[in-house]
Every structure is written in C-alpha cells, then in structure tokens.
Design a protein around this ligand. Structure first.
Ligand code: ADP
Length: 481
C-alpha cells in the first residue's frame, strides 16, 4: 500500500494528479490516464482498459455517480472511495459525465484523491483504537518513541514517559539490536512493512520472544515509523515442547522398530523357502510397513533437528547418480509391488555435486517415496538429470551461488497432480493437499530445508490430472573446492 501511495502522491507531477477515464455506452473503459492507473494500483493504464468504470468504486457510490450523470447539467461530484487492487480503498471525490459523440455516447469520469489511507496522527479515535489493541504499538519519529500504548508499556515494564526518552533499539535484546537499528535508520525510505523475530528486553532484565512489525507512517507530511510488537513467548514455548516430545518419541521408537525389522529379516531368511506364497506376502507387507515407519520416524527426527538448528552439513564431492541408485534400490520393494517403471536419463559425464551424501539421499528418498505413492499402479516415474544453462530462471532464486555451475534433477510421475494453490505451500511443514491422505506432510519440508542448505532450489510443476514434476538444482563441485 505504502509503495503505491508514495508513487501516487509523489510521482504524479502537478496537474496530472486527477485520474481520468473514458468509457463506452456499456461502461467499459476505453481510455485511462496514468494518474488513474497509479491510483487504482494497476501496472499501467492498459490494465484498466476493458474494466467497467463502476468496478473502481463501491457499488452504492457508483450507482450515485451514475444517477448524477443522468441528470441534466454538470456531473455531480461524489465523495467516495477508490478500489485499489488488493489494498485498502482510497478516499477520493469522483464524478462521471455523459457526452454524445456523433451517434454514440461516451462517459468521461474524473477522480481526485482527497485523503491518504495511512493513519495521519495518533490522536482521538486513532489513539483509542491503539490503546485497545492486543499488540504493543509505538510510533518512532527521528529515532525517538513519540507514542506507545499501554500494552507496549506492559511488555517493556517502562512507563510512556520513560519510553519516550529511550530509542526503540534500547528495548531490544543486544543480539537482535543491529537488525532493528538498520530498519529504523531507513525510516524515510521504508516503503512496506518489515518483520523481525526479536527478543524484547523487559525492564527487569528478562527477554520476551516477540514478533516485531515495523511499517512506514506519514504524519503531517513527515515520514515516521509505526511498530507492532506481539508477544509470542507462549507460542515459542509450545513449539519447543512439541519439538522435544517429537524428538524423544521418535528416538524411543527407533530401537524397538530396529529390533522388529531384524526379527522379520531373520524370519524370512530362515523360513523363506518353507513359506507358502500367502505367508511370504505377509512377511513382505511387514517389511514394507516397517520401512515406511522408519522413513516417517527419520523425517520426524530430521524436522526436530532442523528446528533446533542442529543440522551440520558434511560437504563432499558426491556422485549424484550413485545416490539416486541407492535410493531407488532402497525403495525397490514398493516399486515392484506397484509394478512401476523407473526411467532414468543421466548425462554420461556427470560431474560430482558438492553435497552432504546422507542429506541428498534423504531428498531422493522423500521425492521418490511420494512419486511411488501417488503414481497409478503400472505407471512410469521419469528421472532426468541435466545441466542448468547459465542465466536461466532457476538460478535467480535466493541463496544461489554466483558463477557456479548447477545440475538439475527432475522426478516426474503420472499421479493426480497438485492444485495450483498448493504448488508452493506443500513445501511447508504438515501441509498436505488431502489432509486425510497418506503421510504426515513433513517430507517436502525436509527436502526444501536440505536443498536450501546446499544453496540449491526446489520447486514443483504440476497441473491437476497431469502428474507432478519435482525439480531441484544443486551446485557442481568446482575443482578447487
Ligand atoms: P507426506 O507425503 O508425508 O504427506 P510430503 O511433505 O512429502 O508429506 O508431501 C506433502 C503433500 O504434497 C502430500 O500430502 C501430497 O498432498 C502432496 N504431494 C507430494 N508429492 C506429490 C506427488 N508426487 N503427487 C501428488 N501430490 C504430491
């Protein structure tokens, strides 16, 4: 919102601050000026062409304007709000007039912004709203706290007058102070809100886990900051307790499961030849399910390790094709059971990647396990490994190493596919398209975390009914590494 507003207020030269449009007899906009596009949050005037001018205003106001232009005489100017795409409406005054051009009718409209969607001052109703908020709120002007609500006082243990003498940074624990100070120093350049996870320093010396949101604010033409502080210490405590429990449970489950696995292996080795087909099938089911349980427990252990920040990479030159074979081998029971074909395309001279072998194996295991789970029986899973061309989109993400060669792995299946709204979300913890389907929703979170740690990138391409292609890229190990 703020970026749009800044553009709208500052970038429009004087004389061009009035938004104008021309619409045909049906109300379709056939011309809009750049000022209108800026006000309405459209990338350019063409973005408004074809839209009905009424969609720019609340329906009741649009009807009032339409009634005004039907009457004889000049068009009636209406105080209204302008619908800004995806943002709070903007107070404005607008009118629309009818013009006959030859045999056709055109409507010419104009709109001027009368107010700003930003809060103007901390007084009156605005102050009352802030005082009743559940979050701590303060405004920062030139590095000084000029207003704080009661909740902010409670969170810091200081009174408003004591707080006004201290800068915001003084309220933040020393290890988080620099990041906050950096944001505060950009008070006149900040265009959109910034979030920080910080520990707030209480007057009694204790630290409170908080989420801090710093947003730009303009008061009487002066750039300022408004900060929202939310105490998330209970949430963090609950998360830590959950992680501890998951870590403990998964650790304790591993030992008996290893013993069961060993016992079933011994059973099938010693009695295998004497078993009937049906009994052999039972033993095979037991082994598959033990393996599945093992993978789930591995994932739970991995997630608690990741959350505790205990993941240390042991980077080395890793033969990607060998790790892939290992993963396919470990899942062969499932692959055979579902009668699936695995097609592999791997360049003959594939250089080693710089990776932690165990973690890469976990990435393959999770992606292949999913491809197997979601493939129709008798289907094909296609695994393609290739070089990433320099300058391609895949190399433009965060964390990608500059001037480094990358390889891409794609694992494609013929399963049900993934709805568009889940394409990014499913990499989050416990995210599943079908909450009642198989699995617990941790595999892809582990894949993303591991690939990120390797300076890689993972994504999925899919359309419902057309299978899913999971792709990831990893850096090639350079000679001198
Ligand atoms: P889990 O498989 O344990 O549920 P994941 O994190 O591996 O957890 O996957 C999360 C969700 O993503 C799955 O529940 C499923 O909805 C979706 N998904 C993952 N892989 C595929 C795939 N190959 N085809 C269709 N959906 C998939």
């Amino acid at each position: 919102m703020d970026e749009q507003l800044t553009k709208r207020e500052d970038a429009a030269p004087p004389g061009q601050t009035e938004g104008l449009w021309v619409a045909d007899a049906s109300g379709r906009i056939i011309f809009a000026n750049p000022a209108l596009a800026r006000m309405a949050g459209a990338p350019d005037p063409a973005g408004l062409v074809g839209r009905n001018w009424r969609s720019l205003f609340p329906p009741v106001e649009a009807a009032r304007m339409a009634r005004g232009r039907a009457a004889a005489g000049p068009a009636t100017t209406v105080a209204t709000t302008l619908n800004v795409d995806g943002r709070p409406p903007l107070p404005c005054s607008a009118n629309v007039a009818r013009h006959g051009v030859g045999k056709s009718t055109l409507f010419i409209g104009s709109v001027s912004v009368t107010g700003s969607a930003r809060p103007q001052a901390v007084d009156g109703a605005c102050r009352q709203v802030m005082e009743s908020a559940v979050d701590g709120i303060c405004t920062v002007d030139g590095g000084h706290i000029t207003f704080c609500n009661r909740r902010f006082e409670a969170l810091t243990g200081y009174t408003a007058s004591q707080i006004s003498n201290l800068g915001l940074e003084r309220m933040i624990a020393s290890r988080d102070r620099n990041t906050v100070a950096q944001t505060v120093s950009q008070f006149d350049r900040l265009l959109s809100p910034v979030h920080h996870q910080v520990r707030l320093l209480h007057r009694n010396g204790t630290e409170v886990d908080c989420e801090l949101r710093i947003a730009p604010l303009e008061s009487a033409g002066r750039p300022m900051l408004i900060c929202f502080v939310r105490d998330v210490s209970e949430l963090r405590r609950a998360e830590r307790a959950r992680n501890d429990m998951v870590a403990m449970l998964s650790h304790d489950l591993r030992t008996p499961l290893a013993a069961i696995k060993e016992a079933v292996s011994l059973l099938s080795e010693t009695t295998g030849a004497r078993l009937e087909d049906r009994q052999r099938r039972y033993v095979s089911i037991a082994r598959e399910e033990i393996d599945r349980l093992n993978r789930m427990i591995e994932n739970l252990v991995e997630v608690s390790r990741m959350e505790a920040g205990k993941v240390v990479l042991h980077l080395d030159a890793v033969d990607l094709a060998e790790v892939l074979s290992n993963s396919v081998e470990s899942l062969s029971l499932l692959i055979n059971k579902r009668n699936l074909t695995i097609e592999r395309t791997i360049p003959r001279r594939l250089p080693a990647v710089l990776a932690d072998r165990d973690r890469l194996l976990r990435v393959f295991n999770n992606l292949l396990d999913n491809a197997i789970k979601y493939s129709p029986a008798g289907g094909t899973i296609r695994i393609h490994v290739g070089f990433v061309e320099p300058g391609t989109e895949a190399l433009k993400g965060n964390g990608i190493l500059p001037e480094t060669g990358y390889v891409q792995v794609t694992i494609a299946d013929d399963g049900p596919g993934i709805p568009a709204e889940f394409l990014d979300r499913i990499f989050g913890k416990f995210e599943r398209v079908d909450p009642y389907g198989p699995g617990i929703g941790l595999g892809l979170a582990i894949v993303r975390s591991n690939i990120d740690l390797h300076h890689g990138r993972v994504w999925v391409e899919s359309k419902i009914g057309e299978g899913a292609s999971f792709c990831f890229i990893l850096p090639i190990r350079e000679e001198n590494q």
